[in-house]
Design a protein. Sequence first.
Length: 422
Amino acid sequence: MKILIVDDNAQYREAFVRTILLENYEVCEAPDTDEALRIVMEQQPDVVVTDLQMRTDREGLDLIEILKAYDPLLPVIMISGVGSFEEGALATKVGAAHVIHKSRIEDEMKGFFETVRTAHAAATRSREQLVVVAAAREQGVFEEGDARLDVIRRLLADDDVDPYVKGEAFDFIASRTNPDLLRESLSTMQAAVSSERYEELCADAVERLRAELPDFGQLARDSKRALTTAEYLLGAQGESGAPDFARSIAFSYSLAVECEVRARLKGRITRLANDPQNRRLFEACVDPKSGRVDAAFQGSLMVGARRRNIKFTIANVKYILLGLLSRKGKFKADGLKDVGIILLCFARHYAFPRWGQQIKVENPMRVRGLQSDDQVLTLAGLLIKLQYARNPYVHPNTGKCERLAALRQTALDCLNELSRVG
């Protein structure tokens, strides 16, 4: 096991390194976030241990957030010199596996190594599960009853599975069950037609949508159909004796956005993959042999993503890039999160250094209508946010009214942004 120590105090860092070497672990060290990120990308340590206060009072917290975005399964342990309860709680919230106080470090070293071993074992198990999910995504079409689908479903039902792995598994299942969810949603809509207030509720739904979506009339036919279904069912949700429509409502709002994405992008992702001029760009972003995503490219993505608090991982990016390289015209974006990441990568204007030159990314998707990179980032972030909002394993209370209201607003925001795309 390799452990990375991040601390700006060289004397303290060296003492910690000696202690860890005595336990027969490999060790690497960094004085700050910049060097730590370089080491993580190049040497891929198994566990990171970081100080809290370095160049700034919260540099350790910022490093944890960046690392968990880079690799959600990488265990990070924080060491706090101040040792307040609030700091420990905040570190845990942003993703620290454990918090140790410097004032008690000698007493906690035995527990520290036990924590390292436990965190590493859990991460190893999660990575093995993630390989299973990734392999299933590569397979494409599955018949119902396929044993591999059952394996993924068991991951979803297991309370001990890491939330990130569970989210990736759910995204895979959801992408394969959209037709079933559509039939369920339409069936729910048809069953509700018997309501004496059907016409009134439908008229109210369309009126609300026109008020909140100035371009409602310009939406694609399938988008309007799914959106009206969602809005009608949301209105009928409170009717006396009405069943719980939450699942169909959440799906229908998401489907409306998916339909509009297809209508507005019109095969741009396929053309992006098939254009031979883009192959060198993809290879600058990720090495097709090693599968390693370029560090400078990662940095460019992170800068944009942090401005908009966009949630994605480098593992997601790598899957998409390798798919664009290997499958070309057969590449298919699995859901709104994939589309959002592709927009983030290839619908903007930016540059990063590689091969001794500046690699320029100049909207190779040829997306029109979005007037600035900020608008691209906004749309990308909303698409990713909507997919997470729909995921009941990430947000288990989707059925609650406040969750549905937030999901609805995200869907409408997505559609308003998509209306710019020509």
